[in-house]
Design a binder for this molecule. Structure first.
Ligand code: AP5
Ligand code: MG
Length: 214
């Protein structure tokens, strides 16, 4: 089962992708997480990506596409995967489809999580992410058991650099310009699934499971 998660920054792509990956036992591939891991490790890719991410801009397609195509060709992806944060532009989607076509494969579902811009801004300022394992919390909606500490691994919880309100506004603008056209792209491929992203995490997940199957 090959799945793409679509949605604005903060719509809940990562939250749902983790649940999908766990239930269906497929890898969760988040390009944002890959870049953040590279920034933390001080790699060249990380330092290139950071200059764009800190401004709320997309990392150039050429830095992302090969990375994802290599990742989905790894053995653990043979039964499928859930892509979170990729594709984010039409050229990325086309490159992915071309890479899949050479293997005689195609994407199965594109799940679009719909949340209005005004709800996004308040969500992001409350999000906290673990510096070690990447788990995400929300100080009001999904608080950790102990403030500032990750339930999973005991790591420190921080506000992401790009979650400051000004950067979030910029990311939303970039989303509407460059990523939203993918909704039409996947509608035309007849694999788009629309989900209301404001109804609570578990309800959203049950709607997704209804589509993907038990
Ligand atoms: P990335 O890490 O992908 O960020 P994003 O798309 O902006 O999305 P987020 O991770 O911020 O949000 P999310 O939808 O995963 O929401 P979450 O589940 O955390 O990318 C970061 C940057 O990397 C980009 O800006 C770009 O520069 C670069 N990049 C990455 N991929 C790229 C690509 N392919 N091409 C080019 N550049 C790329 O939820 C958000 C919050 O809401 C959390 O606190 C959560 O707990 C809470 N929440 C979730 N669901 C609900 C709910 N139903 N009700 C209430 N609260 C909820
Ligand atoms: Mg995410």
């Amino acid at each position: 089962m090959k799945i793409v998660m679509l949605g604005a920054p903060g719509a809940g792509k990562g939250t749902q992708a983790k649940k999908i990956a766990e239930k269906y036992q497929i890898p969760h591939i988040s390009t944002g997480d890959i870049f953040r891991a590279n920034i933390k490790a001080g790699t060249e890719l990380g330092s290139k990506a950071k200059t764009y991410m800190d401004k709320g801009l997309l990392v150039p397609d050429e830095l992302v596409v090969d990375l994802v195509v290599d990742r989905v060709n790894q053995d653990d992806c043979s039964k499928g995967y859930v892509l979170d944060g990729f594709p984010r532009t039409i050229p990325q989607a086309e490159a992915l489809d071309e890479a899949l076509a050479t293997l005689g494969q195609k994407m199965d579902y594109a799940i679009n999580i719909e949340v209005k811009d005004e709800d996004i801004i308040s969500r992001m300022s409350g999000r906290r992410a673990c510096v070690d394992c990447g788990a995400t919390y929300h100080i009001v909606n999904i608080p950790p058991k102990k403030e500032g500490i990750c339930d999973n691994c005991g790591g420190e919880l921080i506000l992401r650099d790009d979650d400051k309100p000004e950067t979030v506004k910029k990311r939303l603008g970039v989303y509407h310009d460059q990523t939203q056209p993918l909704i039409e792209y996947y509608t035309n491929k007849k694999i788009l699934v629309e989900v209301d992203g404001t109804i609570g995490i578990d309800k959203i997940f049950s709607k997704i499971v209804k589509v993907l199957g038990e």
